[in-house]
Design a protein around this ligand. Structure first.
Ligand code: MRU
Length: 362
């Protein structure tokens, strides 16, 4: 299908089709957007692992939901007919999926939940264990949808009439179960009648802003201007940006935030121009075990993403390349974190604990 044929509200980033015994995980292959809309069916853990690693499914919350369904696929591997065999197969699946990507904490959060759910299931019957695992994956999926809508509701009032809003990477419906985080704020403001224009950083090297954010905004009829990452400073100086909103892959307990490489630079630029810089993320993106951003593992990716990024070689053979996929924005550069429970502002250990609840921190 061409991507233009997809109705604005109709795409499903990640979904389970069928029952727990024979169902499949169906994903949009995001590497084919914006020109082609192709869905792929995953029937085993290696296929899900590859889809996550190669960014067919990407964005922290969407990775978590895909991994949860991937764990169900793993749990029924080799026709596990005894409850103990299902549990063993699940543990082997989660161990494998944990190695797919290191930075987005939602992956580990979702797999932890899948494992913990075993404690609540009836272990007398293998089919019942599989059913309860699928039910937990569906809950993770549904909860993400609800959290994204709530993030939109809390964030929409931050967008003023006629403002220019800059975003980096893609934190939309394609990066979550539905609706997004940073883009949820923009979608909700637009739905409430706020006129705005989004400036979308193209987001080198893999162009999630150009390929995915511009695609999502265009099909919702929201004015969007695509810029190269290196243009953000100039666009800010020209007075075209009044607000920055980005997503997050992992937030340390002090508020330091890992997001797509380039985000830290945008935060510094926003500070230099007196523009508020907001992060939008669900509580599943907070890692309370990590005190500072310096402890967040940063994914290093294949140099070919930089040397062959546009379908052809764009750098001399053998040149040394550094390709970190994420950077960390210190909490002091963040005006607020928009969560499903409200806006955390100012951002520090205490305000995070107050908004998310002290019990969530332990
Ligand atoms: O490498 P990606 O495309 O998975 O990186 C995605 C991002 O950095 C997003 O901003 C983040 O995951 C938030 S998605 C709601």
């Amino acid at each position: 299908m061409t991507s233009d044929a997809v109705n604005s509200e109709s795409f499903h980033t990640v979904r389970w089709v069928g029952d727990s015994l024979t169902g499949v995980l169906r994903l949009i292959d995001q590497t084919r957007l914006p020109t082609e809309y192709v869905e792929i069916d995953c029937r085993d853990v290696p296929t899900v692992w590859e889809a996550i690693r190669s960014l067919r499914v990407r964005g922290a919350p969407a990775i978590g939901v895909a991994a949860a369904y991937g764990a169900v696929l793993g749990a029924r591997a080799e026709g596990a007919s005894e409850p103990a065999a299902v549990v063993r197969a699940l543990k082997s699946a989660t161990a494998s999926l944990r190695t797919s990507r290191p930075t987005a904490v939602n992956l580990f959060w979702a797999l932890d939940r899948m494992e913990a759910s075993l404690g609540q299931s009836d272990h007398r019957d293998a089919a019942a264990v599989l059913d309860s695992l699928l039910a937990e994956a569906r809950r993770i999926d549904q909860e993400d949808r609800a959290m994204c809508r709530a993030i939109g509701r809390h964030g929409a009032p931050l967008v003023g009439q006629g403002q220019g809003v800059l975003t980096h990477c893609n934190a939309g419906g394609l990066a979550t179960a539905d609706y997004g985080t940073a883009l949820a704020v923009i979608f909700a403001a637009h739905e409430q009648g706020t006129e705005l224009r989004v400036f979308a950083d193209e987001t080198r090297p893999l162009l999630q802003g150009a390929r995915l954010t511009a695609w999502e905004l265009k099909r919702r009829g929201i004015p969007v201007t695509l810029i190269c990452d290196s243009m953000a400073a100039q666009v800010m100086r020209e007075g075209k940006i009044q607000l920055v909103v980005v997503g997050a892959d992992r937030i340390a307990s002090n508020g330091d935030t890992a997001n797509k490489i380039g985000t830290y630079g945008v935060a510094l630029l926003a500070k230099a121009h007196g523009i508020p810089f907001y992060v939008a993320a669900p509580s599943s993106t907070f890692d309370h075990s990590i005190p500072h951003g310096a402890d967040i593992p940063i994914e290093q990716r294949d140099p070919r993403e930089i040397t062959h990024g546009f379908g052809r070689q764009t750098a001399p053979e053998g040149v040394e390349v550094y390709n970190p996929a994420f950077d960390v924005t210190p909490a002091e550069l963040i005006a607020g974190i928009i969560t499903e429970k409200g806006v955390i502002r100012p951002v520090n250990r205490d305000t995070i604990a107050e908004t998310l609840g002290r019990e969530a921190m332990t």
